[in-house]
Design a protein around this ligand. Structure first.
Ligand code: ATP
Ligand code: MG
Length: 283
């Protein structure tokens, strides 16, 4: 059996449970449990605070974990970083009062920086040759300059709106983060086989993300032009229609490219264009 540690509640919880569901790991719906056995896969899920996930995996108490890369870096425990999962995106940045002149990283020399991520901050300072005082607090970092606790902050930023509402300006990005699948370095052969199956399923779900199945009717004599406009996975499927002058073309498109391509398809005489969701894609 594989044991996966995930965040019990917080920003990563819902996307993590959704991903597990998409790869066929159904969990009991009760929110109060700390451990849950999947109904249909040889997996047990531990619900933890995100801070505790890297150590739990490093110690082998859990075989796998889903956690922000920032927590992995900060804690410094030895775990394998298997793959980024495409959610929980954020960055760790330095910010200072908005009106302050900022000539570059040397501004931080001799200043006090408040943060909940002293490990990552010290790594950044070392890389830049900065000597500053690090004041560690566990939350509400963004109010520190306003109350005179620090000159600047080092904190997680996603949209930047928290900084703006606290009259702060982001000046340096030290690290980009998102949720990662991590594993312990001590998996048995049997567990590695279960992990392989899990990775196969995650890749199938991730491959389908942002892609659409597109079908359309097209005049036969324009098929070559239409195929040239379509960046499909391989070549598109072309099927005859009852009307001999027409055929049906099926392909897979990146959704973000769709509007760019649709004009070209219409100009080539394509009609009845259907765009359908794709759940999973095994390449
Ligand atoms: P826990 O109770 O599990 O300790 P937490 O309060 O420490 O939770 P959350 O705020 O739920 O943590 O954030 C979890 C992770 O989500 C962060 O470590 C980070 O990787 C990611 N994240 C993405 N965007 C943000 C954001 N705007 N603020 C904070 N974390 C973010
Ligand atoms: Mg936490």
């Amino acid at each position: 059996m594989l044991r996966i540690a995930i965040q019990a509640k917080g920003r990563l919880h819902d996307d993590t449970v959704e991903l597990l569901k998409e790869i066929g790991i159904k969990l009991p719906s009760s929110k109060r449990t700390l451990v849950a056995k999947a109904k249909n896969f040889n997996v047990e899920v531990l619900f933890l605070r995100d801070d505790d996930i890297p150590q739990t995996v490093a110690d082998g108490v859990a075989d796998l974990g889903i956690v922000g890369l920032n927590e992995v870096e900060e804690k410094g425990f030895e775990v394998h970083r298997i793959m980024p999962l495409g959610f929980g995106g954020c960055r760790l940045s330095l910010a200072l009062p908005a009106a302050t002149d900022y000539p570059g990283p040397r501004w931080f020399n001799g200043r006090t920086i408040a943060t909940s991520y002293p490990g990552i901050l010290k790594g950044w300072m070392q890389a830049k040759g900065i000597e500053a005082k690090v004041h560690v607090i566990s939350g509400s970092v963004e109010i520190s300059p306003g109350i005179g606790l620090a000159d600047a902050i080092f904190d997680i930023v996603s949209s930047g709106s928290t900084l703006v509402s606290n009259n702060l300006r982001e000046v340096e990005v030290a690290m980009e983060s998102e949720a990662w699948l991590i594993s312990s370095g001590m998996l048995s052969k049997e567990k590695l086989a279960l992990l392989d199956e899990l990775l196969f399923r995650i890749r199938a779900v991730k491959s389908a993300e942002g892609k659409k199945y597109v079908l359309m009717n097209a005049p036969r004599h324009r098929v070559d032009d239409i195929c040239a406009a379509l960046p499909g996975i391989k070549s598109p499927t072309i099927m005859p229609l009852a009307d001999e002058g027409w055929c049906s073309i099926h392909t897979v498109l990146e959704e973000r490219r769709f509007w760019e391509i649709i004009g070209q398809l219409k100009a080539c005489g394509a009609q009845g264009i259907l765009v359908l969701p794709i759940e999973k894609m095994i390449i």
